[in-house]
Design a protein around this ligand. Structure first.
Ligand code: GDP
Length: 434
């Protein structure tokens, strides 16, 4: 049984918590795209953790955590995250890395920084983790697959890589000798030795696991609207956070993914540049930002204040559709408990025309939100564990959103901790899940 957990909007929806929760029943948790550029926050008996690269199943001793071929493998981030877990008393997790994954190198991070500086006011607001330069090199076929570290021809490839990079750095940034063959060789050789115990033929491991009926959780990073294919290009990530991509990136047949849980939060946030319909400013934004998440809506990787908005049905409906979501986990419902009335964006007006359809990116800049106001519940719901015990207004809010996005909301998160979750039987058809 294969289940994907993905972000239904702009990311930071609380996927870490939901994955950690579902990982308790999973045999494998697989990260299939992205790198150490996002942070998944997990709070459990060991404390509070922000995982950047490791799958969120690392706190369960029965779970194999696999980094699949689609990821940007930053070896430095990988080893420092493993060390951090050890230092904080987490038992050594079972971790495997696909030999098909590619290495994100220090030069990619440097390129990311120089590129953002070059773009100046037009910068993307990158996390400077090297993701875009990494994927550019991967698709230009000049980068290093991990398996190549153990194969003939490595030396020649390093020479070519350095020539390419030096030419590019000179032309674009005026930097001479950005990278040298001895320094890249030394780095790759050190990674080669340290990485050996973690490597696996991930396709065989996962195909075998599928055949044996193991429970596999595919963990997405960021969210639908950051998808390179269908997101708000160019303010997107350089890979695809969609469940559909997970099958290719992990090497699992697409029809084996039986359940797609999209995580959506009860209001909207986004980080970085680009259009964001209905963005709030001033006190209204500050209040929501301060109350959001477990300690305010600030980037888990960068610490940057997140951009805030009310729940956007147009964006969430589009995001869940892109994922092919079979169910939704609605998070952060507790955060809205301070509001008398809660605005929900149910449509956009663009040049005077009303639409419920998520438009082309350039039109988003002209889109004005159309709000429907629901009654707030004005109380703390963070200790409620049964759906029927939620105040009527909160149940109405959930049902309203569910109707708007057209996907069953089967889980409602009312706090950052693992047990702050309400399972619900949706009136919409329930699909399989772990
Ligand atoms: P992810 O990248 O999608 O995993 O999301 P983040 O890690 O950026 O963010 C979620 C933040 O909200 C973290 O600080 C979580 O501990 C916290 N969180 C998750 N679910 C809930 C919830 O239902 N209520 C509240 N108040 N906080 C939550």
């Amino acid at each position: 049984m294969v289940q994907a957990i993905t972000g239904g909007c702009y990311g930071d929806e609380g996927k870490g918590k939901i994955t950690d929760l579902l990982a308790s029943k999973a045999d494998y948790v697989v990260r299939f795209q992205g790198g150490a550029n996002a942070g998944h926050t997990v709070i459990n008996k060991y404390g509070k953790f922000v995982l950047h690269l490791l799958p969120s199943g690392v706190f369960h001793d029965h779970t194999v955590n696999l980094l699949a071929s689609g990821i940007a493998f930053d070896a430095d981030a990988f080893f420092s995250e493993l060390t951090m877990l050890k230092e904080r008393g987490v038992p050594t997790p079972k971790v495997l890395v696909s030999s098909h994954a590619q290495l994100l190198l220090p030069i990619h991070k440097r390129q990311d920084r120089l590129e953002e500086e070059r773009l100046g006011k037009d910068a993307f607001g990158s996390t400077l983790s090297g993701i875009a330069p990494f994927y550019a090199d991967k698709y230009a076929k000049r980068n290093f697959r991990i398996e190549e570290l153990y194969a003939d021809g490595l030396k020649e490839k390093i020479v070519r890589f350095c020539e390419d990079k030096n030419t590019f750095f000179h032309a674009f940034y005026g930097v001479e000798h950005a990278i040298t063959v001895p320094e890249v060789s030394e780095y790759l050789l050190s990674v080669r030795e340290r990485l050996r115990p973690f490597l696996c033929d991930a396709v065989s491991v996962l195909q075998e696991a599928v055949k044996n009926g193991k429970r596999i959780l595919l963990e997405g990073q960021l969210g639908s609207l950051r998808d390179i294919e269908h997101g708000v290009y160019p303010y997107v990530t350089s890979s695809s956070p969609l469940a559909g991509f997970a099958s290719a990136a992990a090497g699992i047949p697409p029809y084996e993914i039986r359940s797609i849980t999209s995580v959506v939060k009860a209001y909207s946030t986004c980080v970085g540049a680009g259009p964001f319909v209905g963005e709030l400013f001033g006190e209204e934004a500050d209040e929501l930002r301060k109350r959001g998440g477990d300690s305010g809506e600030f980037g888990a990787t960068t610490g940057r204040p997140r951009r805030m908005a009310w729940f956007d049905c147009v964006a969430a409906r589009y995001g869940c559709m892109l994922q092919g979501a079979t169910e939704v986990a609605l998070t952060m419902l507790d955060v809205l408990g301070y509001l008398e009335r809660i605005p929900v964006c149910i449509g956009y007006t663009i040049d005077g025309q009303l639409t419920e359809h998520f438009p082309e990116t350039h039109l988003l800049y002209r889109a004005e939100p159309v709000y429907y106001h629901l009654n707030g519940w004005k109380c703390d719901i963070s200790r409620i564990t049964k759906y029927e015990d939620l105040p009527e207004e909160a149940r109405h809010y959930v049902a309203f959103i569910e109707k708007q996005i057209g996907v069953p909301i089967n889980m409602i998160s009312v706090g950052p901790e693992r047990n702050q979750i309400i399972f619900r039987t949706s009136p919409l058809a329930n699909k399989e899940r772990l």
